[in-house]
Design a protein around this ligand. Sequence first.
Ligand code: C2E
Ligand code: MG
Length: 449
Amino acid sequence: MIHLHGTQAVAFRVLIVDIDPIERVVLARCVEMLGWGADTADCLSEAIDKFSIRPHDVVVIDFGLGQRDNRHLLRHLHRVHADPSVIFVAREAEDRRADSLQSARDFDLRVAGTLTRPIDPYRLHALLLSNPLRPRPGDRATTIYPSARELDQALRDNEIHTEYQPKTYLATGEIVGVEALARWYSPTLGVVSPHQFVPVAEQSGLIGRLTFRVLEDAIVACRQWREMRPDCSVAVNLSPRVLADPGLLPRIESLLDQNRVPPGALIAEVTETALIANLPTATEALTRLSLKGVRVSIDGFGSGYSSIASLLRMPFAELKIDRSFIGVCRTDPEAWRLVRATVALARALGMNVVAEGIETEDISDRLRDVGCDIGQGWYFGRPMQGDAMLRYLTPKGRNPLTPGPVGLVMASAPRRMVREPSSKADLAPAGAVRTERDAKADVPWELQS
Ligand code: C2E
Ligand code: MG
């Protein structure tokens, strides 16, 4: 199948290296059901042969291949400079085989994560679509791969909290709302990115607890913000598993009631992956939410499989254009065409359209000029703690001439996590004009995507 990734239509292929004939076929079927091409190999030499015929985008390797062959295969992938991402398959949830992960690091390979049998198609899909970072010296395996037990304990110990990123009207510069994003600062693992722990939460059944934690934080915070800015909304990301939970709607209703926040102030963001993972359940849950007045937003539009049909079928009030298109829209004519067409489509369907990942003033201006309503991105403000957001929402906090919270994103995080300002952008006042060069000079915070 042809998958639209970035701006290029490419046929993605996955190589599955698994010694078990049945497991091999099961995995290949799962991959094909998700719309990807699959090749299989049962040993090291067959894997190397298949990979030399056609380099694959993702290589899935069963730990059962054995430590020696595993390392040989990883070395081969490194040598041929094909840069696939790697997914490991384990028999048990706690099996994270430090030796294989260490080999992947030694050979500078990008590891998306570990799957556990029986294969969970949600997790497989999330790992296939992820674009993992290259490991850096000093990374610990556990930082990249939290286990379900570690995540469970982190939820008990309140290590997971919520940060907020502003969404801004491009035409006026006013803040229209905020997106709530889960954060995990672990005393033992360090900073763990949502790209790592959200899939683990989904796979392990902890996603409900994680989501309700974020929902509660977000609604309580929103009540405070609305005292200052009565039209402020808050958006929360909902995973497919959470949409299938019959307790979702009553829980949301009671949180909104308790905090006297109207349903229209809450935006439920769902990704295209969430939709295709279980279309009937997702449609029902989203319809119920929107009948209660909660607004529904399609997140990361363009990076997955949404069709116009699904946009028409679902009660979407908002469409968020994936940041992979926004970042390159000045230099990539195809991306720019896609962005303009998406803005026109969303407007024609009566939806608000949000551009994610705006890092510079000129991109913000370009988007405003083609009719994009709202922008979100580092140019307007990085994710920040709730109290920093409260200051940001005050008229003084947003005055471009007054130092604002853009550089204070981590101000109230635990001391060891505080990022030293590493660039001009970090020190820039809120709303200050940033140029393309400033954006390039940014040293990205290690796990900030
Ligand atoms: P998302 O919902 O698309 O969230 C936006 C992501 O873009 C955030 O990454 C944010 O930090 C990043 N971002 C915003 N502006 C810029 C920019 O200008 N440049 C760049 N390079 N990045 C920018 P983050 O916080 O790492 O979250 C990643 C993803 O994890 C989120 O993507 C969302 O899908 C998921 N996630 C985060 N919190 C939750 C949660 O509470 N529940 C669920 N189910 N998923 C969550
Ligand atoms: Mg989102």
